[in-house]
Design a protein around this ligand. Structure first.
Ligand SMILES: *Cc1c(COP(=O)(O)O)cnc(C)c1O
Length: 430
């Protein structure tokens, strides 16, 4: 790849990872719809399998279209390496896989995407892993939750769905103090609004399903490694620092330096877990990212205007959007998300649960879907859907209590978005 490090964000979003195709000169990244790659000879094949030469072997591991996307997201996040996965949830498992083992735990924020709360509180137990959930505004509690078996600290930049901004600098300082990697899910902010690595994150995970692709066409995920964590220092990360029996005794760190995590994720993670992104999906996400900056600007502009309109409306009880001056997290915006607080928030109507449900059933322009980060405006009632698996107290802690709806504000005409909310609110509160 040409050295693109001097380019600005909007240029990188279009050019990073994308050289003209070496075989044909094709300007756009081709969809390399192939499973395997012909080796030059037996020696070439052996070198590739030995990681002595970098190249393509089999598309479960790497594929040129998928690599272009990994390189683009890596450049936008300011990382050292990245690996694409089949979904955001796959990316979370791929991020934890090299760090974890039976009996080990992570310390995670209570304010997370509903599916992530379920993955961390239930499913990872099958691997012998566990999560301790803590209020990440209580810094002393975060530090106190870390024990000898903790291997990572996990949070979201803009927590879905409650309009909450994590103080990444403060959490990174704790991670640094206790010598653990900080993993940040940056799905709802995107690197346009926040680059967690600049705030001390070790790994950044994405659901590419959302804003990166931007129009609800694919499921995908990405793990970006900052390349800054010393995996060998504490002896706590043997998968990375000790000879790997499933990779003929290679110790990935420090042998592969800043690329140790990324190479391990490909050579062991994708090889054996197989949570691979497909080239067609990678192509759609590459297309999406080309317009990420323009879309995020409009998403934020519309979200601010809609949140202000809602806040001023007597039918509305609460609006939890960090982009409102009245929001308790508003003071974190200039430091963490200087270009805005995203476009995902919750609000509640007077009339509580019943009014929320009626509101959703009366929306016409908004789509009632479980997705977010689409060009279209979307709405859902988290307590009965995305956060349904949680007890009510945990729903409230996650910002998804029964009395709120979550909106993902799209990039349609502002007047049309507000008119739709207005008519549905009238019907819901009549
Ligand atoms: C959607 C989402 C995920 C999960 O991603 P999938 O691509 O649906 O697997 C994780 N974190 C956040 C913040 C999300 O919005």
């Amino acid at each position: 790849m040409t050295d693109t490090t001097s380019y600005g964000f909007d240029t990188l979003a279009i050019h990073a990872g994308a050289e003209p195709d070496p075989a044909t000169g094709a300007r756009q990244v081709p969809i390399y719809q192939t499973t395997a790659y012909v080796f030059r000879d037996a020696d070439h094949a052996a070198k590739l399998f030995n990681l002595q030469e970098v190249g393509y072997i089999y598309s479960r591991l790497t594929n040129p279209t998928v690599s272009a996307l990994a390189n683009r997201v890596c450049a936008l996040e300011g990382g050292a390496g990245a690996v694409c996965c089949s979904s955001g949830h796959a990316a979370q498992i791929m991020a934890l896989f090299p760090l974890m083992g039976p009996g080990l735990n992570i310390v995670a924020s209570t304010r997370l995407y509903g599916g992530t709360l379920t993955q961390f509180s239930q499913t990872i137990k099958r691997f012998g892993w566990s999560a301790k959930f803590v209020d990440f505004d209580d810094l002393a509690a975060v530090e106190a939750a870390v024990d000898d078996n903790t291997r990572a600290i996990f949070c979201e930049t803009i927590a879905n769905p409650g309009g909450y901004i994590t103080d990444l600098d403060a959490i990174a300082a704790i991670a640094d103090k206790v010598g653990l990697p900080l993993i940040v899910d940056n799905t709802t902010a995107t690197p346009y609004l926040c680059k967690p690595i600049e705030h001390g994150a070790t790994l950044v995970v994405h659901s590419a399903t959302k804003y990166l692709t931007g129009n609800g066409t694919v499921t995908g995920g990405v793990v970006v490694d900052s390349g800054k964590f010393d995996w060998s220092a504490s002896g706590k990360f043997p998968s990375l620092s000790e000879p790997e029996p499933a990779y003929h005794g290679l110790a990935f760190h420090p042998a592969l330096g800043a690329m140790a995590f990324t190479f391990h994720s490909i050579a062991v993670g994708l090889r054996d877990l197989g949570m691979t992104m497909n080239p067609q999906g990678a192509h759609y996400t590459l297309m999406g990212i080309e317009t990420l900056a323009l879309r995020m600007q409009r998403h934020v502009e519309n979200a601010v205007a809609v949140a202000r309109w809602l806040e001023a409306d007597p039918r509305v009880e609460t609006v939890t959007y960090a982009g409102l001056d009245s929001n308790p997290y508003a003071d974190r915006i200039p430091r963490i998300c200087p270009k805005g607080a995203g476009a995902l928030f919750t609000f509640g109507l007077k009339g509580g649960y019943d009014a929320c449900v009626k509101l959703i059933d009366n929306m016409k322009l908004f789509s009632h879907v479980a997705n977010l980060g689409d060009t279209r405006s979307l709405i859902i009632h988290p307590a009965s859907t995305t956060h349904r698996q949680l007890a009510e107290a945990d729903q409230i802690k996650a910002g998804a209590g029964p009395n709120v709806v979550r909106v993902s504000i799209g990039i349609e005409d502002l007047a049309d978005i507000i008119a739709d909310l207005d008519q549905a609110m009238t019907a819901a509160t009549a």
